[in-house]
Design a protein around this ligand. Structure first.
Ligand SMILES: Cc1ncc(COP(=O)(O)O)c(C=O)c1O
Length: 430
């Protein structure tokens, strides 16, 4: 079947032509045939350097031989059992022993489940219902975290509203929001609601916004003081920003943390892990009438194939030089695209760091919070993304650039050459 015939069928059968929020405009839409290393190929044979990486999991690129081998071995031993299995136990040990907050763990399937269970555990542990999140953060698709992710009325803290249809308005009672990186505002909300707050949940690199040095230290201090569970959503940052995740890189240890993407090897696998006394609310041996007993179960929890793929991925990431390489690539891209902006008089900032970056077209001097991102020129960002795809660099026109361990210097040269061409030839004229 030709690519156009497949696209026509996708548009006919998938709602909106796709399977979620990710979508490409028709001028650059394509159907993936396969991926290998840092590249993906469409069914017409066009090659793209993949800077989306399946939204992050493919940190070793596509079909990494060690991951393929581990998965093949596991498939021959069986697919799923619900019962304890070897790869799941080894992955559990690896994550708990590597992550500063790790004491015990539950392996689940998606990041959305991990954040849902972490918040549920915090509510059960504290006996309180409310939680504080930060405007513009993303914690998956559960009803409660689709409140205040996108502030409908920017700046109306701590009030939240549903981010989309079908989310009960009643969550606004229990979900509070505050701007990322503003410890004074967060303190004011926390102190006003300290007797009702079960948790504070935060992405330690919120989308592409780096934390200010005082922000997490302040949250940690307030959470400890008032007995609130501090949750780092490390689904993007875990094992990516450092071996011990963002909590290691930014130097604050939360009570609980969620993981996904990197620990999955590209297969469905996620986890929540942290303080043993909090995690213990999920202990299935607690009596059924124990009001603290949290149900955090699932058919595929501890999925052996995902665990085998995750373990193989961590084995590669653990080798010396991993994070130096990821950060060297990211630093070079940041430096060179920032310089292009200055040379061409295009106001822009490169957010994020290391293997997670995002180009924002903005006259601001710092990407500090959601409002900084909100003010950035989305039309230019979209055009930049579309033009990059046309030039064989697969980036999402809405979101981040992800770097993998298998991107080569030549791949980065091509990203930079294409960026220069797009900035000079298209964006400078907008
Ligand atoms: C920070 C963060 N939390 C949670 C999630 C949800 O994970 P999933 O899409 O696996 O449900 C994502 C997904 O992109 C994420 O980036």
């Amino acid at each position: 079947m030709t690519q156009q015939q497949l696209l026509d069928r996708a548009n006919r059968y998938f709602v909106g032509g796709g399977n979620g929020e990710f979508r490409l405009p028709s001028e650059v839409n394509f159907v993936v045939s396969h991926g290998k290393g840092s590249k993906i190929y469409d069914v017409d044979g066009k090659e793209y350097i993949d800077f989306l990486l399946g939204s992050g999991p493919m940190i070793l690129g596509h079909c990494h031989p060690q991951v393929v081998e581990a998965v093949q071995q596991q498939i021959l031993k069986g697919t799923t059992f619900m019962a304890l299995n070897e790869p799941a136990i080894h992955l559990a040990e690896q994550v708990v022993e590597s992550v500063p907050c790790g004491e015990s763990i539950r392996l689940v399937v998606t990041g959305s489940e991990a954040t849902m269970f972490a918040l549920r555990a915090a509510r059960a542990y504290t006996g309180k219902d409310k939680y504080l999140r930060f405007e513009g953060g993303w914690h998956g698709v559960n009803d409660s975290v689709l409140h205040g992710a996108r502030t409908l009325q920017p700046g109306e803290y701590p009030r939240t509203a549903p981010d989309g249809g079908g989310i009960p308005k009643s969550w606004s009672q229990d979900v509070l929001a505050s701007p990322f990186n503003d410890i004074d505002r967060a303190r004011a909300v926390i102190e006003a609601y300290k007797d009702e707050l079960a948790a504070i949940v935060v992405e330690p690199l919120q989308r592409c916004i780096l934390p200010r040095p005082d922000f997490f230290a302040g949250l940690r201090e307030l959470a400890t003081k008032y007995g609130i569970v501090l949750i780092f959503d490390e689904i993007v940052t875990g094992f990516r920003m450092a071996w011990g995740g963002a909590q290691e890189r930014y130097g604050t240890v939360p009570d609980l943390a969620t993981f996904g993407k990197t620990i999955s090897g590209g297969y469905p696998m996620a986890a929540l892990c942290g303080r043993g006394d909090i995690m213990d609310v999920m202990n299935g041996w607690r009596p059924a009438d124990d009001p603290k007993r949290v149900i955090a179960s699932g058919t595929f929890n501890g999925y052996p194939i995902g665990a085998a793929a995750g373990l193989a991925t961590l084995d590669v990431l653990r080798q010396p030089g991993t994070y130096e390489r990821l950060f060297a690539m990211g630093d070079r891209i940041t430096r060179e695209i920032s310089a292009m902006g200055r040379e061409l008089s295009i106001p822009l900032l490169v957010g994020g760091e290391g293997p997670v970056l995002q180009v924002l077209f903005t006259a601001d001097t710092e990407i500090r919070d959601y409002m900084s991102m909100y003010r950035a020129d989305k039309r230019k960002a979209f055009t930049y993304g579309v033009e990059m795809i046309k030039r064989g660099c697969f980036v999402t026109p809405f979101e981040k650039i992800y770097l993998s361990l298998v991107h080569t210097d030549e791949d980065i040269n091509r990203l930079l050459d294409a960026s220069r061409e797009v900035l000079r030839g298209v964006i400078a004229k907008m």
